[in-house]
Design a protein around this ligand. Structure first.
Ligand SMILES: CC(C)(COP(=O)(O)OP(=O)(O)OC[C@H]1O[C@@H](n2cnc3c(N)ncnc32)[C@H](O)[C@@H]1OP(=O)(O)O)[C@@H](O)C(=O)NCCC(=O)NCCS
Length: 173
């Protein structure tokens, strides 16, 4: 197992337990739950026209571990609680590559460091694939603060499906 995929300790309801991050490729039967989390915390707010079936179909293209696109899933004892993807493109600025996208954590599991860990493994994978910069865009106007705390910088503003988005980058070296 890759060092960065080792289970990490987590505290929920004052009980210590372990969250594992793995390639979604190794858990294809968990795609539907990942798609539901994505729709609940991101999709229904920003792109409500996207259906569960479309998200599921798209995630089937992400069942890779050494070529893009790749999705990581966070698992609490086999239950999917979050995910994050590494892609060539995320729908804007095709001259930039690669992109971190679809970072979502089940609301019940938020604020326990799982998002941070998903970003970390995605950065490490991008680095392992030879990239020296990673990009993302954020819909929510407050979320750039979160990424800035993780070492990302705002590089521009853009639009995705008529929504203004903040474009950020992170140097991997
Ligand atoms: C963003 C998200 C993935 C973070 O996951 P998480 O597991 O809760 O993240 P962590 O535990 O590593 O970090 C939690 C911190 O992020 C902050 N945060 C979460 N959402 C935020 C937002 N919209 N704006 C600013 N800060 C935010 C929390 O306040 C918390 O701060 P604290 O540590 O000072 O309490 C999760 O909140 C989520 O799924 N949000 C909805 C989807 C989304 O916006 N995804 C990002 C797309 S660019």
């Amino acid at each position: 197992m890759k060092e960065y995929l080792k289970p990490f300790e987590n505290t929920k309801n004052q009980l210590k337990h372990y969250v594992t991050i793995d390639f979604l490729k190794n858990h294809p039967h968990k795609i539907k739950r990942c798609a539901e989390i994505w729709l609940e915390v991101l999709g229904k707010i920003w792109v409500p026209e996207v259906t569960l079936d479309q998200v599921v179909e798209n995630l089937h293209n992400h069942l890779n571990d050494n070529q893009l696109p790749i999705t990581f899933v966070a698992l609490d004892d086999e239950v999917p609680v979050g995910m994050c993807s590494l892609r060539k493109n995320d729908g804007i600025l095709p001259n930039l590559m690669p992109w971190l996208g679809s970072l979502v954590v089940d609301p019940v599991y938020q604020k326990q460091g799982i998002g941070n860990k998903l970003v970390e493994v995605t950065k490490l994978k991008a680095q392992e694939l030879g990239f020296d910069t990673l990009h993302l865009f954020a819909f929510d106007a407050t979320i750039p603060e979160y990424y800035q705390r993780l070492g990302w910088n705002i590089i521009s503003m853009d639009n995705f499906k008529r929504h203004p988005v903040t474009v950020m980058q992170c140097l991997l070296i």
